[in-house]
Design a protein around this ligand. Structure first.
Ligand SMILES: O=P(O)(O)OC[C@H](O)CO
Ligand SMILES: [Mg+2]
Length: 240
């Protein structure tokens, strides 16, 4: 995705006091792992994976995404959602500990930390996967005030429902005055919809393969987090 959209931020916009990050595909290059493994599972059934299916699954809790996978691919008579998760898990388990951080993530998180802007993670990943994926990135994730995972008992409905972002917003020590004071970073259409329904502003960093028409809900679309300009959102600019 080369082009960058103008943010809807203007001087009348509510000031941003808190930040929420999605994780898979936004902070960590883990969506690529899901894509590769799902392609491989489909290939074993003589089928191919495409990005319209990927777009529907991205950001969802595992079981919800698995139901979409078996139904949309017509595999529901040979593979249950639970069996699909088990097959996928066997392949992902050894890949997650090698997850890489995406471009611009480290600079941005350190910048917000330096400026004492409270940050949290709101990921549909279950706790167990969160631990595996972040094994190599403990320091960066330690700057988060808290992390809300997909199997958190307070998160009743997964993205695109707003639950996870509302729960994440409620757990800051000093709470934001309003959802309007929160900026969310997301890569998935389901995540963007969740944040918008929660009343928050959203910067989207979509995979270049994602249909651009599915990104229209975001306030700003970036090619990577390296393109993020804090001053677009009334936040302190990078020092270099
Ligand atoms: O993008 P996240 O961090 O909400 O997690 C998404 C799922 O784990 C996979 O799409
Ligand atoms: Mg994501």
């Amino acid at each position: 995705m080369g082009s960058i959209s103008e943010p809807k931020y203007d001087s009348n916009h509510h000031s941003i006091t808190h930040v929420l990050f999605d994780m898979d595909g936004l902070l960590l290059d883990t969506e690529r792992l899901y894509t590769d493994v799902q392609e491989s599972i489909l290939a074993s059934y003589g089928k191919s994976f495409d990005w319209s299916l990927k777009a529907k699954m991205m950001g969802k809790k595992a079981l919800e995404a698995a139901k979409i996978f078996v139904n949309e691919t017509g595999l529901d008579d040979v593979l249950t959602p639970e069996e699909f998760i088990e097959k996928r898990e066997m392949m992902l388990h050894s890949l997650f500990p090698e997850s890489e951080i995406l471009p611009g993530v480290e600079r941005l998180i350190r910048h917000f930390h330096t400026h004492q802007i409270p940050m949290a993670v709101a990921t549909s990943s279950h706790k167990y996967h969160y631990e595996l994926k972040t094994m190599k990135h403990k320091e960066i994730f330690s700057f988060m005030h808290h992390v809300v995972v997909g199997d958190d008992t307070e998160v009743k409905h997964g993205k695109p429902a707003p639950d996870i972002f509302l729960v994440a917003a409620s757990r800051f020590k000093v709470a934001p005055v309003s959802s309007k004071n929160i900026l969310v970073f997301e890569d998935a259409p389901n995540g963007v919809a969740a944040a918008r329904t929660a009343g928050m502003s959203v910067v989207m960093v979509p995979d270049p393969n994602l249909d651009r028409s599915l990104c229209m809900g975001a306030d700003q679309i970036l090619g990577s987090l390296l393109d993020f300009k804090p001053s677009d959102w009334g936040l302190p600019e990078f020092s270099h």
